[in-house]
Write a protein that binds this ligand. Structure first.
Ligand code: FAD
Length: 366
């Protein structure tokens, strides 16, 4: 059986594309990546999604409570009421994999990394660690990674360690945040530090103030701020302080609750949240580059450039599509959320399916 599409990437964009392709009846190969590609993907960092309609525990929980109450299990119903169920990316992906394995034999799943993508007659050559596939159509969903703040803090042995590891426990508890559109609402009326020194840090500080009425401080952590005059004037009018001192300590209750930042000479800055605004560490664009696809962001180094797509999700290379965080259109801001990854995926798969069915109709009548 020849395949119609190979989807590369086992995150949110890849999951959405794979389910759609499977449900559209396309012969699909879905390459999920490995432990190591997974570890460096954004999906791993999302612990609690609550910015989308439908993705909410109460949708199912309330139905379950009603059934338990009707059947006389009041204790179980009460236990459910008191339990909070996080919904995270790992669960969504595991659920999609399970649904596809159970219901869609037209989709083959492979846990491996694609190392090379080549153009070949009639499509693409997709090379994995131990096997090669040929396919007329490829969807890349390889994602991006955010730049992490490195803090020089003192460890238990009394040594200063320059590392991003200090913030991980707080990131896991949604106190270090990465996405204003996904998590900004959590900070309403609270104290927030923006970690960054570039234009994005200035813009995000303004947004926090305007949307959520936060008390905001920008911490550049020993970097010179690169914020334009208009934004600086607005920050001043909004009483946003820009602290340029190096961060020397975190104030917290163990690793449970962030209370603020310490400096050598500046007064401590008490906050409940920190928003990371350091830009991207990487766009996983290697495979697109290998086949000569056009990139965006000409002012950035190659490893930070998004892959150009049109409104259907197709790149400058025919039948190569990109969905999710690695993609960027030139007619809108970069979109990096779960629902945008899903929307890109649906558009790309439906385009592939439309083309396939058109060919089938021509063949049928010839
Ligand atoms: C802390 C945090 C919180 C967030 N919270 C929310 C939220 O609440 N709501 C929301 O809408 N969005 C949220 N987001 C954004 C959301 O997680 C991303 O938009 C989404 O994960 C992007 O999906 P993606 O498929 O493009 O990339 P990813 O989900 O990062 O997946 C990339 C996949 O590609 C695979 N891969 C990479 N290279 C290869 C290769 N060569 N071969 C095979 N596989 C490969 C990786 O293993 C990985 O599975 C959050 C992001 C972060 C960082």
């Amino acid at each position: 059986m020849s395949n119609h599409v190979i989807i590369i990437g086992g995150g949110i964009g890849g999951s959405a594309a794979a389910l759609r392709a499977a449900q559209n009846g396309l012969n699909t190969i879905w390459i999920l990546g490995t432990r190591s590609t997974k570890k460096r993907s954004r999906s791993q960092w999302v612990n609690n999604i609550d910015n989308m309609i439908g993705f909410h525990e109460d949708v199912i929980k309330n139905q379950a409570i009603k059934i338990l109450e009707r059947k006389g299990h009041a204790d179980a119903a009460e236990l459910l009421k008191q339990t909070h169920f996080h919904i995270n990316n790992r669960q969504i992906i595991a659920n999609t994999i399970n649904r596809i394995r159970t219901h869609y034999p037209n989709c083959t799943l492979i846990e491996d990394e694609v190392t090379t993508l080549k153009k070949s007659s009639g499509g693409f050559e997709v090379i994995l660690s131990a096997q090669t596939f040929f396919t007329p159509t490829v969807i890349l969903a390889t994602g991006v990674m955010d730049k992490q703040p490195h803090l020089a803090l003192t460890n238990k042995k009394g040594e200063v360690e320059f590392s991003p590891k200090w913030i991980y426990p707080f990131a896991n508890r949604e106190q270090f945040l990465y996405c204003i559109r996904c998590e900004g609402h959590l900070t309403t009326d609270d104290r927030v530090a923006v970690l960054g020194h570039g234009p994005a840090a200035g813009e995000l500080a303004l947004m926090l103030k305007e949307r959520y009425q936060n008390q905001v401080t920008i911490l550049t952590n020993d970097k010179t701020p690169a914020i334009d005059k208009r934004t600086r004037d607005l920050l001043k009018a909004y009483h946003v302080e820009v602290v340029t001192d190096p961060i020397t300590g975190l104030r917290s209750e163990g690793v449970k609750e962030l209370h603020g930042f310490e400096f050598e000479t500046h007064d401590p800055v008490p906050v409940r949240f920190a928003l990371v605004a350091l830009g991207l560490h990487r766009v996983y664009n290697d495979l697109a580059i290998q086949v000569g696809a056009r990139l965006m962001d000409t002012d950035q180094p190659e490893e930070k450039r998004h892959i150009w797509i049109n409104a259907k999700g197709e790149t400058s290379i025919n039948n190569l599509f990109v969905v999710g965080d690695a993609a960027k259109r030139d007619d809108e801001l970069v979109m990096k959320q779960i629902y945008t990854a899903q929307e890109y995926a649906v558009r790309a798969v439906d385009t592939i399916d439309n083309r396939r069915r058109k060919r089938q109709r021509v063949k049928t009548l010839s």
